[in-house]
Design a protein around this ligand. Structure first.
Ligand code: SF4
Length: 332
């Protein structure tokens, strides 16, 4: 094996990214959902701020209001209101903007920890240790550093944690084209991950581009790095139904809850979250969690955004759990 970070077993993808299998760890929760048809969130994703310290050309929410932020007390009230069924286990703090720029990021982490949630943080890392003191970083379950700005990678602040202590560290990279620089970048990324004892490096194609073409171009790099990087194909496809928000709602900085964080990624979204994919406003969270859903579809999955769905597998699993009307179901 070439010298790199530790060899990646195939099942690592399931551990470090959302593939659907982890839903099956929460059979009690799914059973409640099956019986009651009530939303039963297990995992929340929240984008507390639209501010960012970068201005990436490929940003999927480039046209957002860059000053927008969720008031801290509104955020806490929202999370509390999403807990009515006591099924919520985890909160992921992500973008929108760069979450480490949220003025109350440390208080938010501390409060979420005090409520017993497992907390994940997705960041570009540029102000990670400047803005989050070590004692708060230690409360996180995992940190994923997006390394998409090649020119800024030397400025990424990477905390060092003692073996077996502190959050699990991972890196991610979304590729749009393969150039000579990509070869150099992958070598550096591998070095960086090894030096910082990262658990994984996830490489995914830019779903807005021609994925077949991209995957063909990445093949030589894949051959070199397949032992130490996780290459996720992430082929988007449209599911027939959408239930994801019932178990993993996404709160965007505009105060609205969306069925997933992918709906800004489709070509027609104008790099914002389309209004017609909103589910409810954060101020209506208590009401939403207490109202049984009547229809099988959360939102019409014929929406153009859903052509690029990254969660088709999760939605199909949820559909089958809710439908629960198989014939001869004992014959597994
Ligand atoms: S892309 Fe569409 S179908 Fe897929 S999870 Fe998001 S809203 Fe649902």
């Amino acid at each position: 094996m070439r010298e790199g970070i530790k060899r990646m077993p195939k099942e690592s993808l399931t551990n470090f990214t959302s593939t659907g299998e982890k839903l099956l760890c929460w059979l009690d929760t799914l059973s409640i959902m099956q019986k009651t048809h009530l939303p039963t969130p297990i995992n929340l994703q929240i984008s507390p701020t639209n501010k960012c310290n970068l201005n990436c050309s490929f940003c999927s929410v480039a046209n957002r209001d860059k000053k927008l932020e969720i008031p801290f007390h509104h955020l806490l009230a929202f999370v509390q209101n999403m807990c009515t069924m006591n099924t919520l286990k985890a909160v992921e703090i992500t973008g929108g903007g760069e979450p480490t720029l949220y003025p109350q990021i440390e208080q938010l982490i501390q409060w979420l920890d005090s409520q017993g949630f497992s907390i994940g943080l997705i960041t570009n890392g540029l102000e990670l240790t400047d803005n989050i003191e070590r004692k708060y970083l230690d409360l996180l379950s995992w940190i994923r550093i997006s390394t998409n700005t090649l020119q800024d990678r030397g400025r990424i602040q990477i905390p060092r944690f003692k073996k077996g202590k502190g959050p699990l560290l991972g890196f991610s990279y979304v590729y749009s084209e393969i150039t000579e620089d990509t070869y150099k970048f992958f070598a550096e990324l591998e070095y960086l991950a090894k030096k910082n004892k990262a658990s994984y490096i996830r490489i995914v194609p830019n779903c807005l581009m021609d994925i077949n073409n991209l995957e063909e171009k990445i093949k030589p790099l894949k051959a070199i790095y397949q032992e130490s990087f996780l290459f996720q194909d992430k082929r988007p496809r449209r599911p027939n139904y959408c239930y994801l928000a019932y178990v993993k709602p996404y709160l965007y900085t505009d105060g609205w809850v969306y069925p997933c964080n992918s709906v800004s990624l489709f070509q027609g979204s104008n790099r914002e979250f389309p209004e017609d994919t909103r589910i409810f406003h954060m101020s209506q969270a208590a009401e939403w969690t207490e109202t049984p859903f009547k229809t099988v579809c959360l939102m019409p999955s014929e929406h153009l955004a859903c052509q690029q769905c990254r969660f088709a597998r999760q939605n199909e699993l949820l559909y089958n759990i809710l439908k629960n009307d198989f014939i001869h179901k004992e014959h597994i």
